[in-house]
Design a protein around this ligand. Structure first.
Ligand code: F6R
Length: 242
């Protein structure tokens, strides 16, 4: 695991974007794994700058999102499909047909999860997976106790995650209780992983992920078993690393 500690969020985004663009530039048919949430936003805007400056070309880029709420359609602004549309597809100028999000509205969710796995494989697998980390150590929505070899499936959101994500919902609205998420095994199949962490709220989780025992209680710790992981954190998130 390579760890880069940056002074601020903008620097995290710039360094992440440079590294991601280099890997994608070497790929014949580039595939990017994308996360929602606040953490990767400066990375997406920095990737957009690279494209605008002609330093990167995302014309052929395909993207797969990590997760989606169950019960929110893609045209619901709180859905992850909508978030990815605004922060990734539109900002990077991707062809929307090349951007995929798990289907949280499918009648048969298990079949939709299996189809998502197949779609990733048919695209040739993920060249670079961008990850944030939850304060409880989750990646994707693989909450503590998730199987380290899990595949895309329906999960129940932890109370802490629902509380953390309540900021995206109106006061009084319920945060969905279930999601579809790529599994830890699915994430581990990516050829490269870039794990981003910002803020002191993530310091314990990041320390657990990077320096703690590999354990389902800190799902991100499974990344210690991956051969190509780059961690980019601001000083606050890195403050509990030894
Ligand atoms: C988002 C996702 C989550 C987030 C994590 C951190 O698709 O899968 O694991 O990356 O909850 O969220 P932020 O970045 O909002 O702190």
């Amino acid at each position: 695991m390579e760890v880069i500690i940056c002074s601020d969020e903008q620097a995290v985004g710039r360094i992440a974007a440079d590294r991601i663009a280099k890997v994608l530039g070497r790929a014949e048919t580039p595939v990017l794994g994308v996360a929602t949430g606040s953490t990767p936003l400066t990375t997406y805007s920095s990737l957009a700058v690279l494209a605008a400056e002609g330093e990167a070309d995302f014309t052929e880029l395909r993207a797969f999102a990590l997760d989606e709420y169950v019960g929110l359609p893609a045209d619901d602004e709180r859905s992850y499909a909508a978030t990815i549309r605004h922060t990734v597809t539109e900002q990077l100028g991707l062809d929307s047909a090349n951007v995929h999000t798990p289907d949280g509205m499918a009648d048969d969710l298990d079949a939709a999860c299996a189809a998502y796995e197949t779609a990733i494989q048919d695209a040739g697998g993920v060249d670079v997976q961008i990850l944030g980390i939850g304060a409880n150590g989750h990646i994707g929505f693989n909450e503590p106790t998730s199987s380290l070899s899990s595949r895309t499936r329906v999960k129940t959101l932890a109370e802490r995650t629902k509380a953390d994500n309540a900021r995206f919902f109106e006061k009084g609205e319920q945060v969905p209780s279930h999601c579809v998420t790529q599994g830890l095994g699915t994430i581990m199949d990516a050829r490269n992983v870039v794990l981003l962490a910002l803020g002191v709220n993530k310091a314990d989780a990041l320390a657990g992920a990077v320096e703690g025992p590999v354990s389902a209680m800190c799902p991100a710790s499974v990344l210690q078993l991956h051969p190509h992981v780059l961690v980019i954190a601001d000083e606050a998130a890195a403050s509990k690393l030894t």
